[in-house]
Write a protein that binds this ligand. Structure first.
Ligand code: SF4
Length: 412
């Protein structure tokens, strides 16, 4: 039976950062106990549905139940948000226990928890490890206090460094640090300093994201109103190249546009997304892709709690995207056509250094890459944005900086 990636969304943050447009809220902590109950219920119900009904519209007709186990295998589990570390350790333990009881969590499953530096105390770290979390992602974002202030972060650079050291001391052997560049007013020297200090720490994994000014966020309004300087895209490109230069020299491999890892520490959960493998997302606003079906949970945490309660009365055989959409737990559910699936495979797969392999694509869709996309492939090869290597279509060196130029051509 094909294993899946399991995503658990935590829509709470102590304060909302001015650049963030994720489905997360400050000031609704009173909902946490009901939300955790609902989440545990949703996990149990999906576990039952996928175990008892693997050939329904929630799974591929190609999937078959493993003879040894009727539970859906889960290869990776990811607590994302929001701020998962904002939940109490008891809540994390309960959700891990529920996931283990509801699914067949593979023995070597990667279990990641996203955290804010201020929450990364020794006590919590020990509790997360005990619960089964084996990979910690720390939202450091910058090691410059002025930029952290601009980003509305509640921690200092020193606290971010301390969080990392605490995690190491607690025995975490797989740590990711999230950092942002291309920030308003950020200089190349500031970025270089942050990179040097971070590389000196030797986390196993680095996610380095260029700031996107999301419409409707306070930061976007401040930039539009001239209150903070507009980020310079050329400088951001220089920062990206510097990151690749420095991380590469320090032994990290850029395996995805925004992600670098020491050998063997690539994020298995995110690889499942980029390789268009099946995943299940639970919690408000979470997305799922179980072969042939794409669906998203309602975004409002309050509505989520109510809808899970209502839908928990359904028999497992009725726990399907179509029925859950009708009952309002899902805000969207659609069958993904072959053409759309091919486009998504290209757009996600080309983000990876490994690219998109021709032969598996042919086996999956009945067409090779050049037959499926003759014009796009030819043009992108001519523009030296893509290249062929070992039967795979990959980003060429120029393509790494111009990824969006590449991906949008496969839309539609
Ligand atoms: S902590 Fe993370 S998820 Fe929460 S508001 Fe800030 S950026 Fe968004």
């Amino acid at each position: 039976m094909t294993s899946i990636a399991l995503y658990i969304h935590v829509p709470f943050c102590e304060t909302k950062c001015p650049y963030c447009d994720f489905n997360t809220y400050a000031g609704i902590e009173h909902l946490v106990p009901q939300y955790v109950d609902a989440l545990a219920q949703e996990l149990r119900l999906w576990g039952q549905a996928l175990a008892s009904n693997p050939l329904s519209d929630v799974a591929s007709p190609r999937a078959t139940i493993d003879e040894g186990s009727s539970q859906q295998p889960v290869a990776t589990l990811f607590f994302g948000g929001g701020t998962p570390s904002y939940l109490s350790p008891e809540h994390i333990q309960r959700l891990m226990d529920t996931a283990r009881a509801s699914f067949h969590l593979l023995p070597d499953a990667e279990a990641t928890l996203e955290s804010n530096p201020g929450d990364v105390t020794r006590e919590r770290l020990d509790a997360w490890r005990k619960a089964g979390v084996n990979r910690l992602s720390i939202g450091a974002q910058s090691l410059d206090d002025g930029l952290l202030h601009l980003l509305g972060r509640r921690h200092s650079a020193a606290e971010a460094m301390q969080a990392y050291r605490n995690a190491r001391a607690a025995g975490f052997a797989n740590i990711n640090l999230d950092l942002m560049f291309g920030l308003p007013g950020q200089t190349l020297a500031q970025w270089q300093d942050t990179l040097e200090r971070v590389l000196h720490l030797r986390p196993e994994h680095l996610s380095l994201y260029c700031l996107t000014l999301e419409e409707g966020t306070p930061l976007e309004a401040w930039v539009r109103g001239g209150k903070v300087p507009e980020p310079d895209p050329d400088l951001a490109a220089d920062m990206y190249e510097l990151a690749q230069e420095q991380a590469g020299a320090a032994g990290y491999r850029r395996y995805e546009i925004s992600n670098w890892a020491l050998p063997g520490y690539e994020a298995q959960h995110n690889l499942a997304y980029w390789r268009s493998q099946p995943y299940l997302g639970v919690g408000p606003g979470a997305h799922s892709y179980l072969e042939g079906q794409r669906f998203a949970v309602t975004r409002s945490p309050r509505a989520y709690v109510e809808r899970v309660r209502e839908c928990s009365r359904l028999a497992p055989s009725l726990w399907t995207p179509a029925v859950l959409k009708e009952r309002g737990l899902l805000e969207s559910a659609e069958a993904v056509g072959a053409r759309q699936e091919m486009a998504e495979t290209m757009m996600m797969g080309l983000r990876l250094a490994e690219g998109v392999p021709d032969e598996p694509f042919r086996q999956r869709f009945g067409l090779g890459l050049q037959e499926a996309y003759p014009r796009q492939v030819r043009e992108l090869l001519d523009l030296r944005l893509l290249r062929w290597e070992d039967g795979r279509l990959k980003l060429a060196p120029r393509g790494w900086l111009l990824g969006n130029e590449v991906f949008h051509r496969f839309l539609g």
